[in-house]
Design a protein around this ligand. Structure first.
Ligand code: ADP
Ligand code: F6P
Length: 331
């Protein structure tokens, strides 16, 4: 193999740049030519490709976002779009592709491999931490840090006003950001899609806390909670706040959506290291002729695993962390 490509796809996440950096530098040190494909599969279909040098990736290890750009591209799900993507790869002589993204991005990579013979390696880049085969995805640690820092700031104003706050965090259908951030900032309650939502119990916790003089209750809520029992997601912070107000009309409470701030700012040192190690491992896989592998980390060991097997795994909810969030904040 002489030429490889790298793209970032789906929701951006801190650590993607670190993975791009290591992919490029390691590939160059193996004597490979590396092409950066801009805007995920959109750029692959439209042929937005540039050769990358060591200089091209200088100073990006720490930076949030992705210097390659990203996109969600429905055309990649069509045979016509996939053919255009392959035409671009063939035009540049790209035989191996490193895809940095979530499970959707891996599905796209799988198609390129199975139907068109391109060698593909996936690096898990998503703040959601919703991939079962790996302990951590790139960006998760950074997103949790953003939430913890935001809640620290919120506490200042909530506590002096004797006011509670419902804080909505990202994570699509996965409560990991909420539960790990809850540990990191001592949230008084956490509501996640993996657990039944009980508005009465939540209101009772707040009522009890107020009765013992604890007024700045932070309630972390996942965006995918579906607290109203419908399939509609979104506005969860407001919905939960209204549920509490229905039960405790006198309560002083606000709601905040942290939103895309969670995907911004420098990557934590953890995500930088993970991105670099995973990028290096992806290049190693390609130089060994491997394909259809995804990179992961378990118990501090980085590994590669079959892409389909990894995608078939079902994520188990971290009950231990969830229970800890509850036992730490009993008043
Ligand atoms: P993530 O990679 O973070 O899960 P998405 O699910 O939005 O994000 O997927 C990112 C992109 O991957 C999509 O916009 C599309 O271009 C591509 N993709 C997703 N699913 C498929 C699929 N089944 N076949 C081909 N490409 C896909
Ligand atoms: O999948 C990553 C993620 O940040 C989710 O947590 C969130 O639901 C979604 O992307 C937001 O997507 P967009 O950037 O398209 O608004």
């Amino acid at each position: 193999m002489k030429k490889i490509g790298v793209l970032t796809s789906g929701g951006d996440s801190q650590g993607m740049n670190a993975a791009v950096y290591a992919t490029v530098r390691c590939a160059l040190s193996h004597g490979l030519t590396v092409y950066g494909i801009h805007d995920g599969y959109r750029g692959l279909i439209d042929g937005i490709v540039e050769e990358l040098s060591a200089k091209s990736v200088e100073g990006i290890v720490n930076r949030g976002g992705t210097v390659l750009g990203t996109a969600r591209c429905s055309e990649m799900k069509t045979p016509e779009g996939q053919q255009k993507a392959v035409d671009t790869l063939k035009k540049y002589g790209i035989e191996g592709l490193v895809v940095i993204g979530g499970d959707g991005s891996f599905q796209g990579a799988k198609v390129l491999s199975t139907n068109y013979g391109i060698k593909v390696i996936g690096i898990p880049g998503t703040i959601d931490n919703d991939l079962a085969y790996t302990d951590y995805t790139l960006g998760f640690d950074s997103a949790v840090a953003v939430v913890a820092n935001n809640v620290t700031q919120l506490r200042d104003t909530m506590s002096c006003n004797k006011r509670s706050c419902v804080v909505e965090v990202m994570g699509r259908d996965c409560g990991d950001i909420a539960i790990f951030a809850a540990l990191a900032c001592g949230a008084e309650a956490v509501c996640v899609p993996e657990k039944n939502y009980d508005a009465d119990a939540l209101a009772e916790t707040i009522r009890h806390n107020e009765s013992v003089g604890k007024f700045d209750n932070i309630i972390l809520v996942s965006e995918g909670l579906r607290s109203d029992g419908t399939l509609d997601k979104g506005h969860e912070a407001e919905k939960v706040m209204n549920d509490i107000l229905k039960r405790l009309p006198e309560i002083n409470i606000r709601s905040v959506v942290i939103g895309h701030l969670q995907r911004g700012g420098d990557a934590t040192v953890f995500d930088r290291k993970l991105g670099v190690i995973m990028g290096a491992h992806a290049v190693k896989c390609l130089t060994e002729g491997k394909t259809d592998r995804v990179i992961g980390i378990k118990n501090d060991v980085v590994f590669d695993e079959d892409m389909l097997e990894a995608l078939a795994k079902k994520k188990t909810f971290n009950e231990q962390v969830y229970n800890l969030t509850k036992s730490l904040v009993k008043y």
